[in-house]
Write a protein that binds this ligand. Structure first.
Ligand SMILES: NC(=O)c1ccc[n+]([C@@H]2O[C@H](COP(=O)([O-])OP(=O)(O)OC[C@H]3O[C@@H](n4cnc5c(N)ncnc54)[C@H](OP(=O)(O)O)[C@@H]3O)[C@@H](O)[C@H]2O)c1
Length: 282
């Protein structure tokens, strides 16, 4: 397969390029923000019609959740309109599209994990712009919703927690937002499988294991042989100053479509977490 990847400079994009490249059967065209701005329609049409990929994997996004609140035009230009351009270009060459979306399409008020068929109701500009991106796709496309993404490349909470632990004796993390941490190396392999098998529709793809950010920070310290009791729980309402974008209290994505299709679920998050911490501290 010839696969064009958008946002290949990002944490998931980099591991997607690696996952497809690991296999001789695939030719990878990796594009990053500098070489292909998805908000530029002419550039997207040019890049995709000139290379004629079999599939376009589209993780590129403006992911600065709080900044999106103060610049909704930019959020929709990149996340919604950019996805429209990708869909249009892919349609012209008959390429399949796999779009990466987010738990933030839900409002987080459900008492149980969200399945793919639950009604989205985003509370943030970022979540609304990513949902708008989902709605730009043709019906045969694949949508992978994931959550709490961490990887070797780029900024993420594992790196933040390790940095804070090196600078402070105690750390505070919220205990009233819950989710499934997801690691880009596992996620990339699962996305590759969906693309290669040309499976259309929406899939929730996360590592397994539900935690709050407080519990996750404890796991990160344990994985790096530090004392987890250095982490203290706080409530979101206690955060000063409050963050501009509201976060869903329940971000837990049930990987129901994978499970019901008989496809393998990703490992418990503690497995890739230990691998990532080992690599980051090496
Ligand atoms: N991070 C999470 O916790 C999380 C959770 C759920 C879903 N997701 C989704 O997963 C996907 C990958 O996220 P990630 O964590 O890998 O994010 P990331 O590290 O921020 O990667 C996104 C990449 O997109 C690029 N980009 C931004 N604007 C662009 C544009 N106009 N044209 C082309 N590229 C552009 C960024 O480049 P620059 O940095 O150079 O602008 C960045 O390299 C995203 O679609 C995101 O919405 C992420």
């Amino acid at each position: 397969m010839r696969v064009l990847i958008t946002g290949a400079g990002g944490q998931l994009g980099a591991d997607l390029a690696a996952a497809f490249s690991a296999d001789d059967h695939h030719e990878v065209i990796g594009t990053d923000h500098a070489t292909l701005d998805v908000a530029d329609r002419d550039a997207v049409l040019g890049a995709i019609t000139s290379t004629r990929p079999d599939a376009v994997v589209h993780p590129a996004a403006w992911t600065a959740v709080d900044a999106c609140e103060s610049d909704p035009d930019r959020a929709f230009q990149v996340n919604a309109l950019g996805t429209r351009h990708v869909a249009e270009a892919a349609r012209r060459v008959g390429a399949a599209v796999c779009y990466v979306s987010t738990d933030y399409v839900f409002d987080g008020t459900k008492d149980t994990p969200y399945v793919e068929w639950d009604e989205p109701a985003p509370r943030s500009v970022y979540g609304a712009s990513k949902l708008a991106g989902e709605r730009e796709l043709d019906p045969g496309s694949t949508i992978v919703r994931t959550s709490w993404v961490c990887g070797f490349h780029g900024a993420n909470m594992v790196k933040t927690i390790l940095r804070l632990a090196a600078e402070h004796d105690t750390l505070s993390f919220v205990d009233d937002q819950r989710g499934h941490p997801s690691f880009t190396d596992d996620l990339a392999v699962a996305i590759k499988r969906l693309v290669v098998e040309r499976r259309p529709g929406t899939f929730h793809v996360t590592n397994q294991g539900e935690v709050s950010w407080y519990e996750f920070a404890r796991e990160v310290l344990a994985a790096s042989d530090q004392d987890p009791d250095r982490v203290r729980p706080v409530a979101t309402a206690e955060l000063q100053p409050p963050r501009p974008a509201p976060r869903p209290a329940n971000s837990v994505l049930d990987n129901a479509a994978l499970r019901l299709s008989g496809l393998p679920l990703l490992d418990d998050f503690r497995v890739p977490l230990r691998r990532l911490v080992r690599d980051l501290l090496a």
